[in-house]
Design a protein around this ligand. Sequence first.
Ligand SMILES: Nc1ncnc2c1ncn2[C@@H]1O[C@H](COP(=O)(O)OP(=O)(O)OP(=O)(O)O)[C@@H](O)[C@H]1O
Length: 238
Amino acid sequence: MTPVIKTTELTKTYGELRAVDSISLCVEKGSLFGLLGPNGSGKTTMIKMLTGQIKPASGSCEVLGKDPVTDGISVRAAVGIIPEQETPPSFLTSSEYLAFVAKIRNIDGAEEKADWWFDYLDFADKKDVLCKDLSRGTRQKLMFAQAFLHEPKLALIDEPLINLDPVMQRTVKNFLKDYVKDGNTIFLSTHILEIAEDICSDFAILHKGKLLYTGTVSALKEKGTHLDDFFMELVERS
Ligand SMILES: Nc1ncnc2c1ncn2[C@@H]1O[C@H](COP(=O)(O)OP(=O)(O)OP(=O)(O)O)[C@@H](O)[C@H]1O
């Protein structure tokens, strides 16, 4: 098995608070890995460390064999990222934003690829609309498109479905399931447990910065346990 992400006793502190507390986990190539946890459990902080946006207080991590602390630019060039609650630049249109991302990422055939995303996520009518005038859901579609435009081997995506309607949620879920079939890896942070149960192969549960559990969704299903029951019990017990 090839780990695409590996963390060893990874820790981030804010003053007295241990936002991420000595977390060791492995994400294998080809998995759709769900990072689950209640509000404030440390999911976004994990993603920020894995993409070199913030430095760990202690411990280490590797992403695609690189250290995000010393080699953050290479990590961010390789992976796709949807940061939590991020919106595209207000002053660009949707198509200008994707063209901008394509230029930074040196993507060939960028216009065709962008058009594919406009059609796939059903927002071609918003191509020439300034991002400041897009609905929240459409901004989320655009953030999704920018993360996958360069067809990354690994995408770290923080609550990418929260503003999408049920039809679009299904489209995105199907995309993610198909994406990992080609050997790519998704690291998905969410607290929507139904989505995680539906699409994830593996998951980890964080609570107050600590890792409570890692396992596979299929093992839970074999036991006839629903992820939300399992999650509630584990979090309440801790
Ligand atoms: N820059 C910061 N300064 C101080 N505390 C912070 C900072 N960023 C995060 N925290 C704290 O770290 C903890 C973990 O936050 P984080 O955003 O990682 O949680 P989360 O699991 O992503 O939460 P949510 O599901 O609500 O998005 C929280 O207690 C939060 O208040």
